[in-house]
Design a protein around this ligand. Structure first.
Ligand code: PMV
Length: 360
């Protein structure tokens, strides 16, 4: 059944009125960025990301019956968290037209991240996808839907997209794209897909070391940031530019051209930040420390010829991306040249991962 046309029952079968499931789901880092969207979480351009491994969210979900659902009780890292609970409740309410059964349900959710919440690492991708994996798993067991794995993961990706765009990509491991790409007919604006094109061995198992330059909360929410693209005078050109960068990046990944890859990935990061600087109102999301460390990285790379490049999320922290074969050299650089400029435990050594895992 197509993810868009599926309708769900009004109620849960009595024998499944209570249950429990748990999933972990990773964060991801975009190489070509999604920034700007249309109604119904349709991206203005396709994006591609690396699904991470160490940075992930674990979510446990218990469900039961309620009179006036959906009711949500949310615990984040052991403490009741009303703000997160309200976010999930609002999302579930938005699903009521398609999923009327939710009005008779109560959810008790316990969630924790392997990375510090205050580290400014995108937690909505891992958090929302972990929750959606649980929900789709429940629907599989309770209604006997999404039984084959392809439709199960696709539905989880559709649902994750509606919860938080970039979360759609966390549902698969490796390199994952979201948004229709002309050269890849199986891709869609509605869900993400594992990238099945050619990947040169240098781009298999990419590494990502996250340098936490600032632990503050984000100064602009993703929702507001995407909204700014509606009035940004450069938006239309940016959306075309992202498509050009996507085509060129996929070519570089296939050919094993790291220098071209680096040029494109860094251009994507700086374009994203440039777009925010050129918005009304403007936002500068890099911090002085970000600029200082990027400068050090650039000089060191020129001197030592290391194949590494940076990208940024909508925040100040640096993701250093490099092939597995450069790991030793990059770790030496990080430990000797970068760590001394930061408080302890400011670097997370992560890498490409395999996607969500169902917990026993
Ligand atoms: O998923 P959202 O709405 O939080 O948007 C995320 C956007 C970026 O992280 C900046 C880029 C991306 O493609 O992940």
């Amino acid at each position: 059944m197509n993810a868009q046309t599926q309708t769900y029952p009004e109620t849960l079968p009595a024998e499944f009125a209570n249950g429990h499931t748990a999933w972990t789901s990773p964060s991801n880092i975009a190489l070509v960025k999604y920034w700007g969207k249309y109604d119904n979480q349709i991206p203005a351009n396709p994006s591609i990301s690396i699904t991470l491994s160490a940075c992930h969210t674990k979510t446990e979900m218990e469900w039961s019956a309620a009179e006036n659902g959906p009711e949500v009780e949310f615990y984040f890292e052991g403490k009741a968290n009303e703000a997160f609970g309200n976010k999930i409740k609002k999302f579930l309410e938005s699903q009521l037209p398609q999923r009327p059964y939710l009005s008779g349900m109560r959810f008790r959710l316990g969630s924790e991240n392997t990375f510090p919440h205050s580290a400014g690492i995108a937690s909505s991708a891992s958090g929302m996808s972990a929750f959606c994996m649980c929900l789709v798993e429940m629907e599989r067991r309770v209604f006997g839907l999404h039984t084959d794995d392809a439709s199960f993961y696709r539905e989880a990706s559709v649902l994750s997209r509606l919860a938080s765009g970039s979360a759609s990509r966390s549902v698969y491991g490796g390199l994952v794209s979201w948004g229709a790409i002309d050269a890849l007919p199986e891709t869609s604006d509605l869900f993400a897909s594992k990238y099945e094109g050619q990947v040169h061995p240098d781009f298999q198992n990419l590494q990502d070391s996250i340098i936490i330059c600032d632990r503050g909360e984000k100064s602009v929410s993703s929702r507001a940031g995407h909204g700014l693209m509606k009035t940004n005078p450069y938006a239309t050109r940016r959306f075309e530019h992202a498509r050009e960068n996507m085509d060129a990046l996929l070519q570089a990944i296939g050919e094993g051209d790291f220098n071209r890859f680096a040029e494109l990935v860094e251009n994507e990061a700086l374009t994203l930040h440039g777009m925010m600087m050129m918005s009304y109102p403007w936002f500068i999301l890099m911090k002085p420390k970000t600029l200082e460390l990027l400068d050090i990285m650039k000089q060191y790379r020129e001197q030592h010829g290391i194949r590494m490049c940076f990208t940024l999320d909508a925040g100040p922290n640096i993701h250093l991306i490099y092939p597995e074969s450069e790991k030793e050299k990059v770790h030496t650089f990080l430990n000797n040249e970068i760590a001394k400029h930061l408080p302890g435990n400011s670097i997370i050594f992560d890498k490409e991962g395999n996607g969500p895992v169902k917990l026993k």
